[in-house]
Design a protein around this ligand. Structure first.
Ligand SMILES: [Zn+2]
Length: 147
């Protein structure tokens, strides 16, 4: 598998951990969007497209995001940290929709995306810079936890 194109859309807010949205094209045939470049404690990392995980209220069966303190439907208080925890004891809030299944592929993707991001960052400093148009993303103000 070859990554034939990476497009990077910089995120304007400089204080945010989320630095850019990317799309990557595989073998000129298949596009994966909503790949994110995130500033983590250990530097930049690439987050695969993910969805927020939710569970169901024990009382009414209503669907709630794992971070919700009260049920959206019946208002019952929900226990915190009720999600599945990772090895470091952090609650897993997101699940990847598409992701590499081996370390080499993860490394290759990470390197290509970060390189494309670095290039776009350089370009973005030019006064006549025009941001890449990647359509609208439904960014809800939170980013996946650092892996
Ligand atoms: Zn409920």
């Amino acid at each position: 598998m070859k990554i034939s194109e990476v497009r990077v859309k910089m995120v304007a807010n400089k204080d945010d951990r989320l630095k850019a949205f990317c799309s990557m094209t595989l073998d000129n045939d298949f596009v994966i969007r909503d790949v994110k470049v995130i500033e983590g404690a250990g530097g930049l990392f690439v987050a695969m497209p993910s969805r927020k995980m939710s569970d169901h209220c024990e009382k009414c069966g209503g669907k709630n995001h794992l971070r919700a303190k009260y049920c959206n439907n019946c208002g019952t208080s929900l226990s915190e940290n009720r999600g599945r925890q990772d090895v470091k004891g952090r609650v897993k809030l997101h699940a990847d929709i598409a992701h590499p299944i081996n370390a080499q592929c993860r490394k290759d993707i990470q390197e290509m995306i970060i390189a494309a991001y670095a290039e776009e960052l350089k370009r973005s400093e030019a006064p006549d810079y025009k941001p890449v148009d990647l359509d609208d993303y439904d960014y809800e103000g939170d980013v996946p936890e650092t892996t």
